[in-house]
Design a protein around this ligand. Structure first.
Ligand code: 2GW
Ligand code: MN
Length: 295
């Protein structure tokens, strides 16, 4: 009997995504060539998604790194805004990775929400602070997250939630379309173009933003493992990909297509043209390169 062979995970996503309204946003692309949905405001019924995921007891880990000066600069805003907007109604565990555990702000968390602080070393090069997240994410999924959460989302800390970021974003393998490139022509996408790097690619589907990726634990772990392997192989060959971990992430999603894409409504910047953006759910915080990127 075919029906009983369908796991509940598959069942849930099939049923729910059948309710997506792909025609709701005529002016933007709502499905990839490989038939993955691209989630835009107006396509989904938030109540339906929440109800099903609450019923299924979906649980979500949110990982974030706040190392060195990024802790004081961004962490409190990131967490307090997540409390207001990220996966409300579901079980959420924050994993905060930092070199200064004592300085993590104490917040009153909502019901079913908890926070875990994990000590990490501060790499001296900022490129390594960013790239080595992949190794820590993989290790922590293996040791902790997979025993507690179905899904894991990995975010940059220099961001603030501004609107609902809910269960419609959950999927097996979730990629974020970069706000700066969603209308850009192929040739202008900033993939790594150096054949010596493992991240090298000549063409791709979209330009994805490493500030946000997620999915089922097993999928995110294989993404993180793949990227980390590429990063380490590059180090041995004395090359570094153009946009570090982001280049490797783009290569991974080119080889292993994401099953769900988030429109730039899910990770917007402050400056791009807002034409197609109906809701801002998460926004890049202002960059203070002058003070934060000096050694
Ligand atoms: C990073 C760059 C320069 C100086 C400091 C840091 C830094 C980053 C740091 O001192 N402490 C720290 O915790 N981080 C973490 O790495 C933090 O979570 C931050 O959000 C993340 C990525 O660094 P960020 O946000 O400065 O990089 P972006 O916004 O330019 O990011 C894109 O490109 C990066 C690779 O160059 C990553 O792929 C990132 O995921 C992308 O959004
Ligand atoms: Mn960032």
């Amino acid at each position: 009997p075919v029906a009983s062979e369908v796991t509940s995970e598959e069942n849930l996503s099939i049923n729910l995504d059948n309710t997506l309204n792909f025609g709701a946003r005529q002016e933007v692309e709502t499905r990839t060539s490989w038939k993955a949905p691209i989630i835009w405001e107006g396509m989904f019924d938030p109540k339906l998604y929440d109800q099903k995921h609450i019923q299924k007891k979906s649980s979500v880990a949110l990982t974030v790194f706040a190392v060195g000066r990024y802790l004081d600069a961004y962490l409190k805003t990131f967490l307090t805004s997540a409390e207001r907007h990220f996966m409300l109604g579901l079980q959420v565990t924050y994993y905060v990775f930092t070199d200064q555990p004592d300085k993590v702000p104490h917040l009153e968390l909502g019901p079913q929400r908890s926070l875990k602080v994990i000590h990490v070393e501060k790499h001296s090069r900022w490129q390594d602070i960013s790239m080595m997240r992949m190794k820590t994410i993989s290790d922590t999924i293996e040791s902790e997250i997979r025993h507690r959460c179905n899904y894991v989302f990995c975010l940059d800390v220099d961001q603030e939630f501004k609107g609902r970021f809910g269960s419609e974003a959950l999927g097996d393998s979730v990629a974020q379309i970069h706000a700066g490139f969603f209308k850009a022509p192929q040739q202008s996408l900033t993939y790594d173009r150096n054949p010596k790097s493992k991240a090298f690619m000549e063409s791709g589907d979209y330009y994805y933003h490493a500030a946000l990726f997620g999915g089922l634990c097993e999928h995110v772990k294989s993404l993180a493992d793949h990227c980390f392997l590429g990063i380490m192989e590059d180090k041995q060959n004395d090359v570094e990909a153009l946009w570090h971990d982001e280049s490797h992430l783009n290569k991974y999603f080119w080889l292993h297509k994401p099953t769900r894409l988030l429109s730039p409504e899910y990770c917007w910047d402050q400056v791009s043209n807002k034409d197609n953006i109906q809701v801002i759910r998460l926004i890049w915080a202002p960059k203070h390169y002058d003070t934060l990127r000096t050694k």
